[in-house]
Design a protein around this ligand. Sequence first.
Ligand SMILES: CCCCCCCCCCCCC/C=C/[C@@H](O)[C@H](CO)NC(=O)CCCCCCCCCCCCCCC
Ligand SMILES: Nc1ncnc2c1ncn2[C@@H]1O[C@H](COP(=O)(O)OP(=O)(O)OP(=O)(O)O)[C@@H](O)[C@H]1O
Ligand SMILES: [Ca+2]
Length: 530
Amino acid sequence: MLISEFFIMVNQPTLLSSQLFYENRVVEVTLNRVMLGLWKEIETRRKRSASFNCISKDVSYTERTKHHCWRCKDIIFHCLDKAQRQQWVQTINNQLSLLSIRPKRLLVYINPYSGKQRGKWIYEQRVAPLFSRASISTDVIVTESANHARDHLKTEVDLKQCDGVVCVGGDGMFSEVVHGLVSRTQSDSRVDQNQPNQDLVPCALRIGIIPAGSTDCICYSTTGTNDPVTSALHIIMGDSQPMDVCSVHHNNTFLRYSVSLLGYGFYGDVLTDSERKRWMGPSRYDFSGLKTFLTHQYYEGTVAFLPAKDNLGNPRDKIKCRTRCHICEQGANNGQLLSGDHVYKMAEENSDEETSGDGVWRVIRGKFLAINAACMSCACPRSPRGLSPYAHLADGTTDLILVRKASRLDFLRHLIRHTNKDDQFDMSFVEVHRVRRFRFAPKHSNVISEVDLSETSGKKICNQVCTAHPNNDTGHSNWNCDGEILPHADIQVSVHCQLIRLFARGVERGTTFDTYTWSVIEGSNLSWQA
Ligand SMILES: CCCCCCCCCCCCC/C=C/[C@@H](O)[C@H](CO)NC(=O)CCCCCCCCCCCCCCC
Ligand SMILES: Nc1ncnc2c1ncn2[C@@H]1O[C@H](COP(=O)(O)OP(=O)(O)OP(=O)(O)O)[C@@H](O)[C@H]1O
Ligand SMILES: [Ca+2]
């Protein structure tokens, strides 16, 4: 059982306050209404248990360590007598029962083949003991095939029987859980996912990620680290982080959801090649990355996009998405406004702009090495700032990055900037836009024209015939959609603001002093944990 955060804080109503013994000191420990503890040293004595006649209690707690990691530690308090101990245990348990944000029953899916195939070990050795200590009951399913978790969530599970879903694995496993939960929520609400402009119903259950994959981009971008113990503690504490989800359609037919990267060209080709090399584990991406880089393929096509409102900043404004992010709050408010009033900008007569019911579309044609849409920063151990360092987790937008045809050397310089502090967008062949929706049509495609007729008022967005690249059979790349290859190159993408919630709290700003989160475990001993 866990209580809330332990901050050094004053002016909170006190529920219980006692002098307890800690090591060779007497300390005053205070428990208050919002479960914040204050303890201060009263006097230091040599600890002589016999003379104190203490009843000891194991206290374990979690403290923040470096690089956004959280850890459990143990501490022992001693009470003067049994009655005092019972009073503490009872008061804390009463408070714990009031903390409804903390999950009590979790459904856990483990992909035994993720990353270096250590998902099962990580869960059993590092996570399950913490869940059990926090009195969380679990229903654990080790998946037997791809889409096992997705289909189970879609059709079989009684969602009312659990407080959250946990996936142990990588981004692909998280994507399965998102697809299962989002699709189930829509079908339970009779919402048709095939309509690209359809407002989707947010999922009620939160999702936890225990990272065990090859990239772990979603875990890293939402907690600041890919550490399984930290993720377990965010789940136990009942943290909540809303997240945007992009829906991807082809020709008014639903294809997939995406929460991190939608990449055409470079990242699509890396993924296509790396899927044949799964046996190599995480290093398949480096191998295929190098191969794709050397191939230096570019693709022609047309991108049309609906820019985000100005109050959501821009991809180069240096405003990072952090815990309780103001931009994400604005995004949620915009969403509410827009659903009541779809027209926020009047049409302008411009050959590169198209109007529809909800704003002015911009159209860009060209030859691209990569077209990437990052709905969040996509930070991961390979690229600690991510593909779009100032993208936001829950603002209802995605950052559309267009990397035009350039020399190998320039493209390499652009890639290297993902690994250091230099601005990867500050290059003449790269442009980036914050958007709410976009479409792409590769060469010889008439799909945007069809979409156009149904969605916009007359003018065709894609009116340019594109030519095939001579080195490629089709002249098309594939879209990498959160690590899955999409079956079509012509796609329409819409961002759904805050459609899901994670057991996370976003990346925290650096703290001036460490705060501690505590829990109490009842037994013969009394203990705290963070
Ligand atoms: C010179 C070093 C340049 C390094 C550039 C690193 C940029 C890394 C950016 C990573 C962004 C990941 C976004 C997340 C995507 C996930 O939804 C998805 C599923 O897990 N993962 C991938 O698609 C996996 C995508 C993995 C892509 C790895 C690309 C590696 C490129 C290596 C290029 C080598 C050129 C060397 C020339 C001498
Ligand atoms: N039991 C299973 N057997 C085979 N494939 C599975 C199984 N369970 C899940 N999968 C599939 O494995 C794919 C990859 O899994 P996952 O994303 O967890 O690991 P990864 O690819 O190593 O990591 P990352 O996505 O972070 O790069 C997912 O698309 C998922 O659908
Ligand atoms: Ca976003």
